[in-house]
Design a protein around this ligand. Structure first.
Ligand SMILES: CSCCC(=O)C(=O)COP(=O)(O)O
Ligand SMILES: [Zn+2]
Length: 390
Protein backbone atom coordinates (compact mmCIF):
# COMPACT_ATOMS: atom_id res chain seq x y z
CA UNK A 1 0.00 0.00 0.00
CA UNK A 2 2.80 2.39 -0.90
CA UNK A 3 0.32 4.68 -2.54
CA UNK A 4 -1.90 5.21 0.55
CA UNK A 5 -0.73 8.72 1.53
CA UNK A 6 -0.71 9.89 -2.09
CA UNK A 7 -4.05 8.24 -2.73
CA UNK A 8 -5.64 9.96 0.29
CA UNK A 9 -5.14 13.31 -1.39
CA UNK A 10 -5.82 12.19 -4.93
CA UNK A 11 -8.42 13.69 -7.23
CA UNK A 12 -9.94 10.23 -7.64
CA UNK A 13 -10.62 10.09 -3.90
CA UNK A 14 -12.15 13.60 -3.89
CA UNK A 15 -14.41 12.58 -6.73
CA UNK A 16 -15.36 9.33 -4.98
CA UNK A 17 -16.31 11.06 -1.70
CA UNK A 18 -18.31 13.66 -3.66
CA UNK A 19 -20.04 10.89 -5.58
CA UNK A 20 -20.90 9.00 -2.35
CA UNK A 21 -22.52 12.15 -0.92
CA UNK A 22 -24.43 12.79 -4.17
CA UNK A 23 -25.69 9.19 -4.30
CA UNK A 24 -26.86 9.42 -0.68
CA UNK A 25 -29.05 12.38 -1.70
CA UNK A 26 -30.42 10.50 -4.72
CA UNK A 27 -31.13 7.37 -2.68
CA UNK A 28 -32.92 9.46 -0.06
CA UNK A 29 -35.22 10.78 -2.81
CA UNK A 30 -35.95 7.17 -3.77
CA UNK A 31 -36.81 6.26 -0.16
CA UNK A 32 -33.83 3.92 0.15
CA UNK A 33 -31.99 5.71 2.99
CA UNK A 34 -34.64 7.60 4.92
CA UNK A 35 -34.62 7.90 8.71
CA UNK A 36 -30.82 7.42 8.67
CA UNK A 37 -31.31 3.78 7.55
CA UNK A 38 -29.47 2.23 4.63
CA UNK A 39 -25.98 3.13 3.49
CA UNK A 40 -23.49 3.17 0.64
CA UNK A 41 -19.86 2.33 0.03
CA UNK A 42 -17.74 2.46 -3.11
CA UNK A 43 -14.19 1.79 -4.18
CA UNK A 44 -11.98 4.65 -5.35
CA UNK A 45 -11.52 3.77 -9.01
CA UNK A 46 -7.87 3.55 -10.09
CA UNK A 47 -7.02 1.75 -13.31
CA UNK A 48 -3.45 1.16 -12.10
CA UNK A 49 -4.54 -0.86 -9.02
CA UNK A 50 -6.50 -4.15 -8.96
CA UNK A 51 -10.01 -3.62 -7.56
CA UNK A 52 -9.16 -5.80 -4.53
CA UNK A 53 -6.53 -3.25 -3.47
CA UNK A 54 -8.39 -0.02 -4.12
CA UNK A 55 -9.34 2.34 -1.27
CA UNK A 56 -12.91 2.29 0.02
CA UNK A 57 -15.25 5.23 0.70
CA UNK A 58 -18.01 4.54 3.25
CA UNK A 59 -20.88 6.62 4.67
CA UNK A 60 -21.02 7.31 8.42
CA UNK A 61 -23.50 5.62 10.76
CA UNK A 62 -26.80 6.91 12.11
CA UNK A 63 -26.75 10.19 10.22
CA UNK A 64 -29.14 11.91 7.84
CA UNK A 65 -27.71 10.42 4.68
CA UNK A 66 -29.27 13.07 2.43
CA UNK A 67 -27.26 15.83 4.15
CA UNK A 68 -23.88 14.18 3.71
CA UNK A 69 -20.96 16.18 2.30
CA UNK A 70 -17.79 14.70 0.77
CA UNK A 71 -15.85 15.43 3.98
CA UNK A 72 -18.36 13.39 6.04
CA UNK A 73 -17.19 10.14 4.43
CA UNK A 74 -14.89 7.53 5.95
CA UNK A 75 -11.89 6.24 3.98
CA UNK A 76 -10.89 2.61 4.52
CA UNK A 77 -8.07 0.49 3.13
CA UNK A 78 -8.88 -2.61 1.09
CA UNK A 79 -9.00 -4.74 4.27
CA UNK A 80 -11.54 -2.48 5.95
CA UNK A 81 -9.19 -0.60 8.29
CA UNK A 82 -10.17 3.05 8.78
CA UNK A 83 -7.55 5.39 7.28
CA UNK A 84 -9.45 8.63 7.65
CA UNK A 85 -12.52 9.62 9.70
CA UNK A 86 -14.66 12.77 9.41
CA UNK A 87 -14.23 15.58 11.96
CA UNK A 88 -16.75 15.64 14.83
CA UNK A 89 -19.63 18.11 14.47
CA UNK A 90 -21.05 20.34 17.20
CA UNK A 91 -24.05 19.24 19.27
CA UNK A 92 -26.70 17.99 18.67
CA UNK A 93 -24.67 15.80 16.28
CA UNK A 94 -23.29 12.58 17.73
CA UNK A 95 -19.58 11.75 17.44
CA UNK A 96 -18.83 10.25 14.03
CA UNK A 97 -18.94 6.49 13.63
CA UNK A 98 -18.42 4.33 10.53
CA UNK A 99 -21.49 2.60 9.05
CA UNK A 100 -22.70 -0.48 10.92
CA UNK A 101 -22.91 -2.07 7.48
CA UNK A 102 -19.08 -2.01 7.19
CA UNK A 103 -18.53 -5.77 7.83
CA UNK A 104 -21.31 -6.62 5.38
CA UNK A 105 -19.93 -4.29 2.73
CA UNK A 106 -16.52 -5.92 3.24
CA UNK A 107 -18.02 -9.37 2.51
CA UNK A 108 -19.24 -8.16 -0.89
CA UNK A 109 -15.84 -6.56 -1.57
CA UNK A 110 -13.84 -9.62 -0.53
CA UNK A 111 -16.09 -12.44 -1.75
CA UNK A 112 -17.27 -10.80 -5.00
CA UNK A 113 -14.60 -8.23 -5.81
CA UNK A 114 -17.37 -5.62 -5.78
CA UNK A 115 -16.70 -2.05 -6.88
CA UNK A 116 -19.60 -0.65 -4.82
CA UNK A 117 -22.25 -1.85 -2.40
CA UNK A 118 -25.63 -0.29 -1.61
CA UNK A 119 -27.75 -1.07 1.43
CA UNK A 120 -31.34 0.07 0.85
CA UNK A 121 -34.27 0.28 3.23
CA UNK A 122 -36.62 0.84 0.26
CA UNK A 123 -40.13 -0.16 1.35
CA UNK A 124 -40.60 -2.59 -1.55
CA UNK A 125 -37.41 -4.50 -0.63
CA UNK A 126 -38.77 -4.89 2.88
CA UNK A 127 -42.38 -5.84 1.98
CA UNK A 128 -41.33 -8.39 -0.60
CA UNK A 129 -39.73 -10.47 2.17
CA UNK A 130 -43.07 -10.56 4.00
CA UNK A 131 -45.17 -12.02 1.17
CA UNK A 132 -44.33 -15.49 2.46
CA UNK A 133 -42.72 -15.39 5.92
CA UNK A 134 -41.28 -18.88 5.45
CA UNK A 135 -39.67 -18.26 2.05
CA UNK A 136 -35.89 -18.31 1.89
CA UNK A 137 -35.82 -16.85 -1.63
CA UNK A 138 -37.54 -14.22 -3.73
CA UNK A 139 -38.29 -15.42 -7.26
CA UNK A 140 -39.53 -13.66 -10.38
CA UNK A 141 -39.36 -14.36 -14.10
CA UNK A 142 -40.38 -13.00 -17.50
CA UNK A 143 -40.03 -9.31 -16.71
CA UNK A 144 -37.98 -7.03 -18.97
CA UNK A 145 -36.18 -5.43 -16.02
CA UNK A 146 -34.60 -8.79 -15.11
CA UNK A 147 -32.19 -8.01 -17.97
CA UNK A 148 -30.82 -5.23 -15.77
CA UNK A 149 -29.49 -7.78 -13.28
CA UNK A 150 -25.97 -9.03 -14.08
CA UNK A 151 -25.93 -12.46 -15.76
CA UNK A 152 -29.71 -12.58 -16.33
CA UNK A 153 -31.95 -12.54 -19.39
CA UNK A 154 -35.67 -11.97 -19.83
CA UNK A 155 -36.53 -15.69 -19.68
CA UNK A 156 -34.36 -16.40 -16.65
CA UNK A 157 -35.71 -16.83 -13.18
CA UNK A 158 -34.19 -14.24 -10.87
CA UNK A 159 -33.59 -15.74 -7.43
CA UNK A 160 -32.60 -13.51 -4.53
CA UNK A 161 -31.77 -15.17 -1.18
CA UNK A 162 -33.55 -13.88 1.93
CA UNK A 163 -31.75 -13.90 5.29
CA UNK A 164 -33.39 -13.32 8.67
CA UNK A 165 -33.05 -9.95 10.38
CA UNK A 166 -31.07 -9.46 13.60
CA UNK A 167 -31.12 -6.84 16.35
CA UNK A 168 -27.96 -5.14 15.09
CA UNK A 169 -26.82 -4.67 11.48
CA UNK A 170 -23.33 -6.18 11.95
CA UNK A 171 -24.90 -9.41 13.30
CA UNK A 172 -26.11 -10.09 9.76
CA UNK A 173 -22.53 -10.56 8.55
CA UNK A 174 -22.28 -14.37 8.78
CA UNK A 175 -25.66 -15.10 7.23
CA UNK A 176 -24.96 -12.61 4.42
CA UNK A 177 -21.64 -14.38 3.74
CA UNK A 178 -23.40 -17.77 3.73
CA UNK A 179 -25.99 -16.49 1.25
CA UNK A 180 -23.25 -15.08 -1.00
CA UNK A 181 -21.52 -18.50 -1.01
CA UNK A 182 -24.74 -20.46 -1.52
CA UNK A 183 -25.95 -18.28 -4.44
CA UNK A 184 -22.94 -17.76 -6.73
CA UNK A 185 -25.09 -15.97 -9.33
CA UNK A 186 -26.66 -13.44 -6.99
CA UNK A 187 -25.71 -9.75 -6.82
CA UNK A 188 -28.05 -9.06 -3.91
CA UNK A 189 -29.23 -10.43 -0.59
CA UNK A 190 -32.58 -9.49 0.95
CA UNK A 191 -32.89 -9.08 4.71
CA UNK A 192 -36.35 -9.99 6.01
CA UNK A 193 -38.43 -7.09 7.34
CA UNK A 194 -35.44 -4.82 6.74
CA UNK A 195 -34.13 -4.19 3.19
CA UNK A 196 -31.49 -5.31 0.72
CA UNK A 197 -27.75 -5.34 0.02
CA UNK A 198 -26.86 -4.93 -3.68
CA UNK A 199 -23.40 -4.84 -5.22
CA UNK A 200 -21.84 -4.43 -8.64
CA UNK A 201 -18.41 -4.23 -10.17
CA UNK A 202 -18.72 -0.42 -10.24
CA UNK A 203 -20.96 2.16 -8.58
CA UNK A 204 -22.87 2.44 -11.86
CA UNK A 205 -23.59 -1.27 -11.94
CA UNK A 206 -24.57 -1.35 -8.24
CA UNK A 207 -26.91 1.63 -8.72
CA UNK A 208 -28.63 0.40 -11.88
CA UNK A 209 -29.07 -3.07 -10.48
CA UNK A 210 -30.49 -1.65 -7.24
CA UNK A 211 -33.02 0.28 -9.37
CA UNK A 212 -33.97 -2.89 -11.27
CA UNK A 213 -34.32 -4.91 -8.04
CA UNK A 214 -36.61 -2.30 -6.52
CA UNK A 215 -38.71 -2.18 -9.72
CA UNK A 216 -39.02 -5.99 -9.73
CA UNK A 217 -39.99 -6.09 -6.05
CA UNK A 218 -42.68 -3.50 -6.66
CA UNK A 219 -43.92 -5.51 -9.66
CA UNK A 220 -44.00 -8.70 -7.58
CA UNK A 221 -45.97 -7.00 -4.81
CA UNK A 222 -48.51 -5.68 -7.31
CA UNK A 223 -48.82 -9.06 -9.05
CA UNK A 224 -49.26 -10.71 -5.67
CA UNK A 225 -52.02 -8.25 -4.76
CA UNK A 226 -53.74 -9.20 -8.02
CA UNK A 227 -53.49 -12.88 -7.04
CA UNK A 228 -50.90 -13.50 -9.77
CA UNK A 229 -47.64 -15.42 -9.46
CA UNK A 230 -44.41 -13.47 -10.28
CA UNK A 231 -42.45 -16.74 -10.51
CA UNK A 232 -44.78 -18.23 -13.13
CA UNK A 233 -43.60 -17.48 -16.71
CA UNK A 234 -47.21 -16.64 -17.62
CA UNK A 235 -47.83 -14.79 -14.33
CA UNK A 236 -50.93 -16.95 -13.86
CA UNK A 237 -52.95 -17.31 -10.67
CA UNK A 238 -51.00 -17.97 -7.48
CA UNK A 239 -51.08 -21.65 -6.61
CA UNK A 240 -52.16 -22.88 -3.22
CA UNK A 241 -49.31 -23.91 -0.92
CA UNK A 242 -50.51 -27.44 -1.37
CA UNK A 243 -50.29 -27.31 -5.15
CA UNK A 244 -46.94 -25.51 -4.97
CA UNK A 245 -45.59 -28.17 -2.66
CA UNK A 246 -46.81 -30.90 -5.01
CA UNK A 247 -44.75 -29.28 -7.74
CA UNK A 248 -41.76 -28.91 -5.43
CA UNK A 249 -41.93 -25.14 -5.52
CA UNK A 250 -42.62 -24.45 -1.87
CA UNK A 251 -39.76 -24.01 0.55
CA UNK A 252 -42.06 -24.50 3.48
CA UNK A 253 -41.47 -23.05 6.89
CA UNK A 254 -38.28 -23.40 8.91
CA UNK A 255 -39.06 -24.70 12.40
CA UNK A 256 -37.17 -23.74 15.55
CA UNK A 257 -35.39 -27.13 15.52
CA UNK A 258 -33.93 -26.34 12.09
CA UNK A 259 -36.11 -28.78 10.12
CA UNK A 260 -38.47 -27.63 7.40
CA UNK A 261 -42.19 -28.17 7.27
CA UNK A 262 -44.62 -27.65 4.45
CA UNK A 263 -48.27 -26.99 5.22
CA UNK A 264 -49.40 -30.17 3.51
CA UNK A 265 -46.97 -32.21 5.66
CA UNK A 266 -48.89 -31.36 8.79
CA UNK A 267 -51.58 -33.64 10.22
CA UNK A 268 -54.93 -32.86 8.60
CA UNK A 269 -56.32 -31.51 11.88
CA UNK A 270 -53.48 -29.03 12.28
CA UNK A 271 -53.73 -27.89 8.65
CA UNK A 272 -57.22 -26.72 9.38
CA UNK A 273 -55.99 -24.59 12.28
CA UNK A 274 -54.12 -22.33 9.87
CA UNK A 275 -56.50 -20.57 7.52
CA UNK A 276 -55.15 -20.76 3.97
CA UNK A 277 -58.28 -19.43 2.35
CA UNK A 278 -61.08 -17.18 3.53
CA UNK A 279 -64.33 -17.78 1.67
CA UNK A 280 -66.77 -14.89 1.52
CA UNK A 281 -70.40 -14.96 0.57
CA UNK A 282 -69.97 -12.54 -2.29
CA UNK A 283 -73.10 -12.55 -4.36
CA UNK A 284 -75.14 -9.47 -3.63
CA UNK A 285 -73.12 -8.75 -0.46
CA UNK A 286 -69.49 -7.80 -1.06
CA UNK A 287 -70.10 -7.60 -4.83
CA UNK A 288 -73.08 -7.02 -7.14
CA UNK A 289 -75.10 -10.12 -8.13
CA UNK A 290 -73.69 -9.83 -11.66
CA UNK A 291 -70.09 -10.34 -10.37
CA UNK A 292 -70.41 -14.11 -10.57
CA UNK A 293 -71.54 -14.23 -14.18
CA UNK A 294 -69.52 -11.26 -15.41
CA UNK A 295 -66.23 -11.84 -13.57
CA UNK A 296 -65.94 -15.22 -11.88
CA UNK A 297 -67.40 -17.43 -14.57
CA UNK A 298 -65.24 -15.94 -17.38
CA UNK A 299 -62.21 -16.27 -15.09
CA UNK A 300 -63.03 -19.90 -14.37
CA UNK A 301 -63.54 -20.63 -18.08
CA UNK A 302 -60.18 -19.08 -18.95
CA UNK A 303 -58.26 -20.82 -16.18
CA UNK A 304 -59.73 -24.30 -15.92
CA UNK A 305 -57.13 -25.70 -18.33
CA UNK A 306 -54.09 -24.17 -16.62
CA UNK A 307 -55.43 -25.31 -13.24
CA UNK A 308 -55.85 -28.89 -14.46
CA UNK A 309 -52.42 -28.91 -16.11
CA UNK A 310 -50.59 -27.55 -13.08
CA UNK A 311 -52.27 -29.82 -10.52
CA UNK A 312 -52.97 -32.85 -12.73
CA UNK A 313 -50.91 -35.35 -10.72
CA UNK A 314 -52.39 -34.40 -7.37
CA UNK A 315 -54.84 -36.77 -5.70
CA UNK A 316 -57.31 -33.91 -5.29
CA UNK A 317 -57.47 -33.11 -9.01
CA UNK A 318 -57.63 -36.80 -9.96
CA UNK A 319 -60.64 -37.15 -7.62
CA UNK A 320 -62.25 -34.08 -9.20
CA UNK A 321 -61.71 -35.51 -12.71
CA UNK A 322 -63.15 -38.84 -11.64
CA UNK A 323 -66.32 -37.15 -10.36
CA UNK A 324 -66.63 -35.11 -13.56
CA UNK A 325 -66.09 -38.27 -15.64
CA UNK A 326 -69.07 -39.94 -13.97
CA UNK A 327 -71.19 -36.79 -14.39
CA UNK A 328 -70.21 -36.49 -18.07
CA UNK A 329 -71.18 -40.14 -18.72
CA UNK A 330 -74.59 -39.54 -17.14
CA UNK A 331 -75.04 -36.28 -19.08
CA UNK A 332 -74.19 -37.94 -22.40
CA UNK A 333 -76.67 -40.73 -21.66
CA UNK A 334 -79.30 -38.12 -20.70
CA UNK A 335 -78.63 -36.20 -23.92
CA UNK A 336 -77.41 -33.02 -22.17
CA UNK A 337 -76.29 -30.46 -24.78
CA UNK A 338 -72.51 -29.91 -24.82
CA UNK A 339 -71.72 -32.98 -22.71
CA UNK A 340 -68.98 -35.28 -23.94
CA UNK A 341 -67.35 -38.42 -22.56
CA UNK A 342 -64.11 -37.94 -20.62
CA UNK A 343 -61.57 -40.62 -21.62
CA UNK A 344 -60.51 -43.17 -18.99
CA UNK A 345 -57.48 -42.63 -16.71
CA UNK A 346 -55.26 -44.60 -19.07
CA UNK A 347 -55.77 -42.04 -21.89
CA UNK A 348 -53.31 -39.21 -22.69
CA UNK A 349 -53.29 -36.36 -20.15
CA UNK A 350 -53.96 -33.79 -22.93
CA UNK A 351 -57.04 -35.69 -24.17
CA UNK A 352 -58.46 -35.98 -20.66
CA UNK A 353 -57.85 -32.30 -19.87
CA UNK A 354 -59.41 -31.19 -23.18
CA UNK A 355 -62.55 -33.23 -22.48
CA UNK A 356 -62.79 -32.02 -18.86
CA UNK A 357 -62.37 -28.43 -19.99
CA UNK A 358 -65.10 -28.79 -22.64
CA UNK A 359 -67.54 -30.26 -20.10
CA UNK A 360 -66.73 -27.62 -17.48
CA UNK A 361 -67.22 -24.80 -19.98
CA UNK A 362 -70.61 -26.12 -21.09
CA UNK A 363 -71.64 -26.70 -17.45
CA UNK A 364 -70.72 -23.11 -16.55
CA UNK A 365 -72.57 -21.84 -19.62
CA UNK A 366 -75.68 -23.70 -18.52
CA UNK A 367 -75.11 -22.44 -14.92
CA UNK A 368 -75.49 -26.01 -13.63
CA UNK A 369 -75.36 -26.53 -9.86
CA UNK A 370 -73.87 -29.99 -9.68
CA UNK A 371 -71.53 -31.54 -7.12
CA UNK A 372 -68.74 -32.48 -9.54
CA UNK A 373 -68.44 -28.89 -10.73
CA UNK A 374 -68.57 -27.45 -7.22
CA UNK A 375 -65.88 -29.87 -6.05
CA UNK A 376 -63.52 -28.59 -8.72
CA UNK A 377 -63.90 -25.06 -7.41
CA UNK A 378 -64.06 -25.80 -3.71
CA UNK A 379 -61.10 -24.90 -1.45
CA UNK A 380 -58.73 -24.08 -4.30
CA UNK A 381 -57.19 -20.64 -4.29
CA UNK A 382 -56.79 -20.81 -8.07
CA UNK A 383 -60.46 -21.45 -8.48
CA UNK A 384 -61.71 -19.85 -5.35
CA UNK A 385 -65.48 -19.61 -5.23
CA UNK A 386 -65.82 -19.74 -8.98
CA UNK A 387 -68.36 -22.45 -9.05
CA UNK A 388 -69.75 -21.78 -5.59
CA UNK A 389 -73.00 -20.27 -6.74
CA UNK A 390 -75.78 -21.47 -4.50
C1 LIG B 1 -33.28 3.27 11.27
S1 LIG B 1 -31.81 2.70 10.75
C2 LIG B 1 -31.37 1.25 11.64
C3 LIG B 1 -30.01 0.74 11.33
C4 LIG B 1 -29.91 0.22 9.92
O1 LIG B 1 -30.59 -0.73 9.56
C5 LIG B 1 -29.02 0.81 8.96
O2 LIG B 1 -28.96 0.38 7.85
C6 LIG B 1 -28.19 1.99 9.34
O3 LIG B 1 -26.90 1.81 8.98
P1 LIG B 1 -25.79 2.90 9.33
O4 LIG B 1 -24.95 2.97 8.12
O5 LIG B 1 -26.47 4.21 9.61
O6 LIG B 1 -25.05 2.39 10.53
ZN1 LIG C 1 -30.21 -1.43 7.50
Amino acid sequence: MACVSACLTSNALKEATGLAAELCKQFYQLGWVSGTGGSISLKVPDASIPVEEQLIVMAPSGVQKERMLPEDMYILDADGNILSAPSPKPVPHKPPKCSECAPLFMKAYKMRKAGAVIHSHGMESCLVTMMNPGAKEFRITHMEMIKGIAGHGYHDELVVPIIENTAREYELTDSLAQAISAYPKTTAVLVRNHGIYVWGDSWISAKTQAECYHYLFEAALRLHNLGLDPADPKHGPLMSWKAAATRGLSNGIELSNGTRERVFDRPAKQQHQDPLVIVLDIEGTTTPISFVTEVLFPYARDNVKIHLESTYDSEETQNDISLLRKQAEKDVNDGVVGAQMIPSVSAEKEQIIAAVEANVISMIKADRKITALKELGRYKENFLMMFQRH
